[in-house]
Design a protein around this ligand. Structure first.
Ligand SMILES: Nc1nc2c(c(=O)[nH]1)N[C@H]1C(S)=C(S)[C@@H](COP(=O)(O)OP(=O)(O)OC[C@H]3O[C@@H](n4cnc5c(=O)[nH]c(N)nc54)[C@H](O)[C@@H]3O)O[C@H]1N2
Ligand SMILES: Nc1nc2c(c(=O)[nH]1)N[C@H]1C(S)=C(S)[C@@H](COP(=O)(O)OP(=O)(O)OC[C@H]3O[C@@H](n4cnc5c(=O)[nH]c(N)nc54)[C@H](O)[C@@H]3O)O[C@H]1N2
Ligand code: SF4
Ligand SMILES: [Mo]
Length: 754
C-alpha cells in the first residue's frame, strides 16, 4: 500500500513543493505539488529523483568513531562522548579559537542548519569560522552590509513583473537560481519574453540561459565590475540617472558620479572584450526600460572584484530608480524575519573587526575565508594557536575549496575532527567521529534562509514525510547535542538548547518597544508555544513574533505554527513590496552609495582596466542533474552530458592540438589535473570550463557509484591565494591556466599499435 506526503525539496534554492509517494518507509516517487502556493507543481529532474537521493544505499546509518585508525559504527552515546572528549580539552588548553567550525552549503537546506550553528558559534566563542559563503556569495553580503547596513538585506529581481532583466554570471536554466528563490526560473524567463520584456545575459559561455536571451555578451571572465562601472559612467555622462522615489533614501550620489567618471566604455573595452558601443547600449536600455532588474550571481561574485561587481549591480538599480520598486529589485519580507523595527539610523556594518592569524585576512560577517582554512590548521605562528580540533557540518571543502590536496593533508593532521555528514566522503573520511543525519524524507523542512530571498513572500512547512528509522537521530537533535558536547554541557537534555534560545529571544522581544509582545511576561509567552519538538516551538515563536505573526494574540488572524500546519501547501503572503527606508541599518539611515571600503578598492579596479592577459582562463559551470560535491553518487542523476569534461573553444583546441574526447592536462597555480576535452563553441575563445565538486577517487570514502566515474577536482588548480580582498571570497572564475594535450606515453603508443 502506498501513500503520499508533502515535502519541500531541499536540493536547490528553488524550494519546490513535492508530493512524495511512499511505500512503507521508502520514497518511491516524487512529483510537483500542484497546490503548492509557490511552486504550483513545478519539478526538475533532481526533485523527480528525490527518492533515489533519499534512499542512496551509501548513506551512513549509524555514527562512526575512529578506533585504532579505523572508522567503526558505534552508539550515539559513545559518539557524543567522543565529541566532548575531543573538543573540550582543546578549548580548555588552547582557547576557543583553536577549535574551527566549517559550515557547508546544505546548512541552508535544513532546519537544523538554520537553528543550531548560531548557538554553536555563540557558545564556543571561536573566531575560527569558515563557511561556503566565502566560496560563493560573501561579496554580495559585504556589498549589502556597506550599502544598506545589513549584510542580509539582499534585493532580489522581481522576475514576474520586470520588463528588462540584466543577468550577469548566472545560469538559472541549470542552477534553478540562487539568491533569488524562484521555482521554475526557466518558465519565468520565458514568461518575461512572452510579455514583451527583454533578457540580456553576460556570460563567457553561451549557456542555456544565454541562448534564451535577446542579447548575449560573452565577456572576458573577471571583468564584470569594469563593464558595470562603465554602464554607471554612461548613465551619469548621458544624464540618464533617475532615482525616482529613491531620492530621499540615498546619500553620496555626486561622489559616486565622480568615482566612476574615469571608467568610460572606451577605457574598459579592451579589458572586458566588449565594444564600447555595446556598453552604451546596455546602459541606455537599462535606463529606458519601464522597469528593469539587474541580477548577478556566481560569475560576478567568485572573481577578483566580486564585491565591487556586487555593489555595482545594486548601484545600477539605484541609478535607474529600480531598487525597491515593483518590476525592479525588492527586499523580501519573510515570515520568520525579526519584527520590523522603525526606520532610522543604526549601527552600520563593519569589516575587519579581526583578522586571520596566518595571512591577516579581515573577517567579513564574522567569517574568515574558507581558502585560509588549510593554513590556519597547518601553520604555526606567534600570533596564536593553530586550529587543532574541527567541527564540520555539511561541508566538503576538500572538493569545494581551493587546493584540496593541502587541505586534505591538513585535515589528516588534526587532533580531533567531527563531521555531521550523511556520507563518508573526501572530507568526512578524516573525521574521528562522523554523525550522519537522516535522509531528507525523515526530516522536517522550512526554508529559513531562502524565504528571505524569494521572489514572492510565502511561507511553508513540511513535517517529516516518513518517521525516523530505528537508530536514527534527527539532525536537529544531532546538532543540539553537538552544541552541548562542544560547549561543556555534554549530557544535558538537547531540548535545553531550544529552551535557552526561546528564553533569550522572548526576553529580548518583551523589552523592544516595537515588538508586539512589548512588556509581556516571557514565561507566559513561552508557555503558549505549540509544536511537537524544540525546533517546531522555535519556528512557532519566530512566526508569531515575525512581520505577519499573531503577536501572541495581538493579531488573532496572524501567523503561528498551528495556522501554518492547517495550510499544508503553504500560505501566500503576496508579491514583494517596496520597503525602504525600513530595512536600512546604516549609520546615516540612508542607502550609502559610496561606502569607504568600496571607494578604497576602486584603485585596484582602475589597475585592472589596463590589463589584458593573453593565455587561457578557467571558469566553472553547473549541470541541472548535479549539485556541488555530493550528488554524483546517484545513478539516476549521473551520465549523459553531466560529466567532468574540459570545455574548450575549437580555435583554442586547434591551436593547442587538443582533440575532442582526448585527455588534456590543465595546469594552474595549485596543481594539475587531466580531463577529457570537450571541444565546443559554447565557451568563448580564451576560456576553458571545468565543473566543480568532482574528484571522487580518494581512498577511504564510501561513494561507490561516484568512485566509478570520479572526475577531477577543479579546485586543485587553485592555490587559495587569489581572493576578493573585501570579502575574502575565493576567486574561482577567470583563473589563468595552461592547457596541453596529454602526449601518449610509449606504452600507450605500443598498445595502440597492437
Ligand atoms: N571551482 C568551484 N568551486 C566551487 C563552486 C564553483 O562554482 N566553482 N561553488 C561553490 C559554492 S557556490 C558552494 S555553495 C560550495 C558548496 O560546497 P560545500 O559547502 O562543501 O557543499 P556541498 O558540496 O553541497 O555538500 C557538502 C556536504 O554536505 C553533505 N550533506 C548533504 N546533505 C546533507 C544534510 O542534509 N545534512 C548535512 N549535515 N550534510 C549534508 C554532503 O554529503 C557533503 O559532504 O562549493 C563551492 N565551490
Ligand atoms: N544543478 C545545480 N544547481 C545548483 C547547484 C549545482 O551545483 N547544480 N549549486 C547551487 C549553488 S550552491 C549555487 S551558489 C547556485 C549558483 O547559481 P548560478 O550562479 O546560476 O551558477 P552557475 O551555473 O555556476 O552560473 C555561473 C555562470 O557564470 C559564468 N561565469 C564565469 N565567470 C564569469 C565572469 O567572470 N563573468 C560573468 N559574467 N560570468 C561568468 C559561468 O560561465 C556560469 O554560466 O546554484 C545552485 N543550484
Ligand atoms: S528546482 Fe530545485 S527545489 Fe525544485 S525540484 Fe528541482 S532541485 Fe528541487
Ligand atoms: Mo553556493
Amino acid at each position: 500500500m502506498s501513500r503520499t506526503a508533502l515535502r519541500i525539496c531541499p536540493l536547490c534554492e528553488a524550494t519546490c513543493g513535492l508530493t512524495l509517494t511512499i511505500e512503507g518507509s521508502r520514497v518511491t516517487g516524487a512529483r510537483g505539488d500542484r497546490d503548492d502556493v509557490f511552486s504550483k507543481g513545478f519539478i526538475c529532474p533532481k526533485g523527480a529523483s528525490f527518492g533515489a537521493v533519499d534512499g542512496d544505499p551509501d548513506r551512513l546509518r549509524a555514527p562512526l568513531l575512529r578506533k585504532d585508525g579505523e572508522l567503526r559504527e558505534v552508539s550515539w552515546e559513545e559518539a557524543f562522548d567522543a565529541v566532548a572528549a575531543g573538543i573540550r580539552p582543546v578549548v580548555e588548553r588552547y582557547g576557543a579559537n583553536s577549535v574551527g567550525v566549517v559550515l557547508g552549503n546544505p546548512n541552508v537546506h535544513t532546519m537544523a542548519g538554520a537553528l543550531y550553528p548560531p548557538v554553536l558559534l555563540a557558545g564556543l566563542g571561536t573566531r575560527s569560522v569558515f563557511t561556503a559563503s566565502t566560496v560563493d556569495q560573501m561579496p554580495k553580503h559585504v556589498s549589502s552590509g556597506l550599502l544598506y547596513g545589513d549584510a542580509n538585506a539582499i534585493p532580489v529581481p522581481d522576475l514576474d513583473r520586470t520588463d528588462h532583466l540584466l543577468l550577469i554570471g548566472a545560469n538559472p536554466l541549470e542552477s534553478n537560481g540562487s539568491l533569488c528563490t524562484a521555482p521554475d526560473f526557466p518558465g519565468r524567463l520565458k514568461a518575461l519574453k512572452a510579455r514583451g520584456g527583454t533578457l540580456t545575459v553576460i556570460d563567457p559561455r553561451r549557456t542555456r540561459t544565454a541562448r534564451l536571451a535577446d542579447r548575449h555578451i560573452a565577456i572576458r571572465p573577471g571583468t564584470d565590475a569594469l563593464l558595470l562601472a562603465a554602464m554607471a559612467q554612461v548613465l551619469f555622462a548621458e544624464d540618464l540617472v533617475d532615482l525616482g522615489a529613491l531620492a530621499p533614501h540615498v546619500q553620496g550620489l555626486d561622489e559616486l558620479g565622480s568615482a566612476v567618471r574615469e571608467f568610460t566604455p572606451e577605457a574598459v573595452t579592451d579589458a572586458c572584450d566588449v565594444d564600447a558601443g555595446t556598453i552604451r547600449v546596455l546602459a541606455r536600455e537599462l535606463a529606458a526600460a519601464p522597469t528593469a532588474a539587474v541580477y548577478g550571481r556566481i560569475g560576478s561574485c567568485t572573481v577578483p572584484h566580486g564585491t565591487l561587481a556586487s555593489w555595482l549591480v545594486d548601484i545600477l538599480a539605484v541609478l535607474t530608480g529600480n531598487l525597491d520598486r515593483p518590476g525592479g529589485s525588492l527586499f523580501p519580507q519573510a515570515a520568520t524575519d525579526r519584527t520590523p523595527r522603525p526606520a532610522g539610523p543604526s549601527h552600520g556594518f563593519s569589516l575587519g573587526r579581526w583578522h586571520s592569524r596566518v595571512s591577516g585576512h579581515p573577517e567579513a560577517k564574522g567569517e574568515l575565508p574558507l581558502s585560509a582554512l588549510a593554513e590556519e590548521i597547518d601553520t604555526a605562528t606567534r600570533e596564536g594557536e593553530p586550529i587543532r580540533a574541527l567541527i564540520v557540518v555539511g561541508a566538503n571543502p576538500v572538493l569545494s575549496a581551493p587546493d584540496g590536496n593541502r587541505l586534505d593533508k591538513a585535515l589528516g593532521s588534526l587532533g580531533f575532527m567531527v563531521s555531521v555528514d550523511p556520507y563518508l566522503n573526501e572530507t568526512s573520511r578524516h573525521a574521528h567521529v562522523v554523525l550522519p543525519p537522516p535522509p531528507p524524507a525523515q526530516s522536517p523542512h522550512h526554508d529559513f534562509a531562502f524565504n528571505t530571498l524569494a521572489i514572492r513572500n510565502q511561507v511553508r512547512y513540511t513535517r517529516p514525510a516518513v518517521p525516523l528509522e530505528p537508530g536514527r537521530t534527527a539532525e536537529t537533535e544531532i546538532l543540539a547535542r553537538l552544541v552541548l558536547a562542544a560547549t561543556g554541557m555534554h549530557g544535558a537534555d538537547p531540548s535545553a538548547v531550544d529552551d535557552l534560545v526561546i528564553g533569550q529571544s522572548l526576553g529580548k522581544a518583551v523589552k523592544e518597544p516595537h515588538s508586539p509582545v512589548h512588556g509581556r511576561d516571557p514565561h507566559e509567552l513561552a508557555a503558549q508555544l505549540t509544536g511537537i519538538s524544540g525546533p517546531e516551538r522555535r519556528l512557532d515563536m519566530m512566526l508569531r513574533l515575525g512581520p505577519y505573526g499573531d503577536g501572541f494574540g495581538v493579531r488573532p488572524d496572524g501567523l503561528s505554527l498551528d495556522r501554518l500546519l492547517a495550510h499544508p501547501h503553504g500560505i501566500d503572503l503576496g508579491p514583494l513590496a517596496s520597503r525602504l527606508p525600513q530595512p536600512l541599518k546604516t549609520r546615516s539611515g540612508k542607502v550609502e552609495l559610496l561606502p569607504g571600503p568600496i571607494a578604497d578598492d576602486l584603485p585596484r579596479l582602475r589597475e585592472a582596466m589596463t590589463r589584458r592577459p593573453d593565455g587561457l582562463v578557467l571558469v566553472g559551470r553547473r549541470h541541472l542533474r548535479s549539485n556541488n560535491s555530493w550528488m554524483h553518487n546517484v545513478p539516476a542523476l549521473t551520465g549523459g552530458s553531466n560529466r567532468c569534461t574540459l570545455q574548450i573553444h575549437p580555435e583554442d583546441a586547434e591551436r593547442l592540438g587538443v582533440r575532442d574526447g582526448a585527455p588534456v592536462r590543465v595546469k594552474g597555480a595549485g596543481g594539475e589535473v587531466t580531463a577529457p576535452a570537450e571541444v565546443t563553441d559554447g565557451v568563448r575563445p580564451g576560456v576553458v570550463s571545468l565543473p566543480h565538486g568532482w574528484g571522487h577517487d580518494r581512498p577511504g570514502t564510501r561513494l561507490r557509484h561516484a568512485a566509478a566515474d570520479p572526475g577531477v577536482n577543479v579546485n586543485q588548480l587553485l592555490d587559495g591565494s587569489l581572493l576578493d580582498p573585501l570579502s575574502g571570497n575565493a576567486v574561482l572564475n577567470g583563473v589563468p591556466v595552461a592547457v596541453a594535450p596529454v602526449t601518449p606515453s610509449v606504452t600507450e603508443k605500443l598498445t595502440a599499435l597492437t
